[in-house]
Design a protein around this ligand. Sequence first.
Ligand SMILES: Nc1ncnc2c1ncn2[C@@H]1O[C@H](COP(=O)(O)OP(=O)(O)OP(=O)(O)O)[C@@H](O)[C@H]1O
Ligand SMILES: [Mg+2]
Length: 251
Amino acid sequence: MTTEERCIRMDKICYSVGGRTILTDFDLLLEQGVNRTILGVSGSGKTTILKLILGLLEPDSGSVSINGLTITGLKEAQYREQRKKIAIVFQGGALFDSMTVGENVGYRLFEEGRLAEREIEEIVREKLRFVGVEPALDLYPSELSGGMKKRVAIARALAADPDYIFFDEPTTGLDPIGVYNICNLMQRLQADGKTTLMVTHDLATAFATSQKFTFLHQKRLVFDGSETEMRACSIPEVREFLLPTEQSLFV
Ligand SMILES: Nc1ncnc2c1ncn2[C@@H]1O[C@H](COP(=O)(O)OP(=O)(O)OP(=O)(O)O)[C@@H](O)[C@H]1O
Ligand SMILES: [Mg+2]
């Protein structure tokens, strides 16, 4: 595969909803093997970016390409193969309450109908083992803690063996051990060859899991670079965002 076929690219994306502009001329490059975090205050359009890449939202102008195929303007069926390379762990996890943990993790594989039930069960167990919640196989989401739900949501994302995994605020609402577990999981996924794209306002998790950072402010990309470049950058909004961590005793 060429470099162009091993990346996700957003090119000059403009997006508005209900007469309000959310993104203007937004560019993003997610290369396989280079893990990235998108930072920005609440409401700045971070989740919107993930939805635009997944084709859940259609940009007003600009384009999105996945592994070399421009998906903008195509029907879902025309880019299904590329779409399958991406899995997302939604803000809040979004598990099906009426299904057990095992059914949640395996449901997409069941729907596809390519594999035998026994093979699916094996994959489900393997993914749950990877995230450390295999004993919860037969429990329902309502019986799990917040941290466990997040891990089950990650196991579900892994079931389809994606190249890219998107994480929408994966550490929000977790205690320090839960945050550590998620960071550790993301690092293991990266060691396993997966590329992660996370959106968050949690800088510590961002720095622990990413090499590149995109900062979104007032509809635009205002910074794109490494942690060192970000810490050295003089853009006021970025400085303001970094300030609380630089003053913290824990950093
Ligand atoms: N259907 C909609 N109609 C009108 N405005 C919307 C709609 N969906 C999203 N928005 C607006 O778009 C903006 C970006 O939303 P988005 O969910 O992408 O923000 P975010 O950066 O993910 O925020 P958070 O950190 O709180 O999750 C928000 O200001 C939101 O109010
Ligand atoms: Mg969001």
